[in-house]
Design a protein around this ligand. Structure first.
Ligand SMILES: Cc1cc2nc3c(=O)[nH]c(=O)nc-3n(C[C@H](O)[C@H](O)[C@H](O)COP(=O)(O)OP(=O)(O)OC[C@H]3O[C@@H](n4cnc5c(N)ncnc54)[C@H](O)[C@@H]3O)c2cc1C
Length: 373
């Protein structure tokens, strides 16, 4: 039985783990967090990615956990409404469209659950070294004992450790889009009912939307800026940066800045893309944001991760030769990835249109891969 180590247990990781285990691989997942990580925005599952969750048998659960947003409004610094619509939302686009919007952490939990019996999860650990040899990849970990695997896959996101160990420094692949965003859970103290409310200033945007059937809310603080030096391992430094940046901004901002300090799932990152000529090297591959992050501005990061994991697992299951599988993975997925990454950059400053999103999201055929094979 061939062994695969996957780094990262968010969206791409558990999806790949599910399909590889199903195809008879021995799968280990190493995740830096102590469990499936909470937090994140409402994200969208569209087009081909809907077929992937359906084939995993979790479409009903995903639909049941959908955010079911009704619309959004914009308010001024005093909270007076400037506009309101029930036709679209900031995070999900068209209301009542064919896509499913779900909190990132709810999706992770749904993808993780069907894998727990067949996949060996090592939480609270991380890869420190990879040596690719003719018979396998020897892997060293922060905590666990070294082990050798036939294949290693980085599903460890925008700041992928696997990518930096095997392909080189992040800076060589990262394209920053000049926007930074923080997201965290807070009380639904505005009493929002499946609703999003935003306040925008020249370079800053503050938003709150109700989550999990209005029992809580997610707050979002976004701003435009040239490159800033952020320590991705230091959430308090990130919070200080936001507190400075949003000082003096009106509406609910002071209350949200206060809540940010005690939020259990504070998340902050730059909106960036990862652009690489190749996602595989030797016995190592990248999947999802690690290889081809689209950024939240594409609206397709999660769908690309789902589809990429499905295609990679499908190719590995077809052949005993990882080199052939990796070549096919790159060949079949690249046009889809390019289309979807372009969504973030084709219309600068504007969200992609519904038509553009659907065209990109359905820009791959999964017919090659029989369900459940
Ligand atoms: C907590 C969190 C919040 C997010 N919030 C948003 C958001 O608000 N908006 C948005 O558009 N996107 C957000 N994302 C990114 C979004 O989930 C991805 O764009 C998309 O779903 C693709 O998923 P992925 O599995 O490829 O990567 P990611 O979802 O980024 O997952 C990467 C996983 O790898 C783990 N990891 C990272 N480094 C290591 C390491 N060295 N060793 C082991 N494990 C490691 C991470 O903890 C994470 O579980 C968030 C991701 C996370 C983890």
């Amino acid at each position: 039985m061939r062994s695969v180590l996957i780094s990262g247990a968010s969206v791409a990781g558990p999806t790949l783990a599910y399909w590889l285990a199903r195809h008879g691989f021995a799968v280990t997942v190493v995740e830096r967090a102590p469990g499936p990580r909470p937090g994140g925005q409402a994200i969208d599952i569209r087009g081909a990615a809907l077929a992937v969750v359906e084939r995993m048998g979790v479409l009903d659960q995903v639909s049941a956990a959908a955010t079911r947003m009704r619309g959004m409004s914009f308010v001024d610094a005093a909270g007076a409404e400037l506009m309101s619509t029930t036709e679209e939302t900031m995070t999900g686009g068209l209301v009542g469209g064919p896509d499913i919007e779900i909190l990132r952490d709810d999706l992770t939990e749904i993808l993780y659950r069907p894998t727990v019996d067949d996949v060996d999860y090592h939480f609270d650990d991380s890869i420190t070294a990879l040596t690719d040899g003719p018979d396998g990849v020897r892997v060293e970990f922060e905590r666990g004992a070294p082990e050798t695997f036939d294949i290693v896959v980085g599903a460890d996101g925008l700041h992928s450790r696997v990518r930096s160990l095997v392909f080189g420094e992040e800076a060589g692949f990262r394209r920053d889009l000049g926007v930074y965003v923080a997201v965290f859970t807070t009380d639904n103290h505005l009493g929002l009912d499946h609703w999003q409310t935003f306040h925008q200033t020249e370079n800053n945007m503050v938003g709150v939307y109700s989550a999990r059937d209005n029992t809580e809310a997610r707050a979002m603080l976004g701003f435009e800026s040239g490159p800033i030096d952020i320590d991705y391992r230091d959430p308090d430094a990130q919070r200080r940066l936001l507190a400075d940046r949003f000082a003096g901004v009106g509406w609910e901002t002071p209350a949200l800045l206060k809540a940010m300090w005690s939020a259990p799932d504070f998340y902050f990152d730059s909106m960036s893309q990862i652009i690489m000529d190749g996602w595989t090297r030797g016995r190592v591959a990248l999947v999802g944001d690690a290889g081809y992050c689209g950024s939240p501005m594409s609206g397709q990061g999660t769908s690309m991760a789902l589809v990429g994991a499905y295609v990679l697992a499908g190719e590995l299951s077809r052949t005993g030769d990882h080199a052939t599988a990796f070549a096919e993975y790159e060949r079949k997925l690249r046009p889809f990835v390019l289309k979807n990454q372009r969504l973030a950059t084709d219309t600068p400053g504007e969200r992609p249109s519904f038509e553009a999103l659907q065209a990109a999201a359905t820009g791959i055929s999964l017919e090659d891969y029989a369900a459940g094979r």
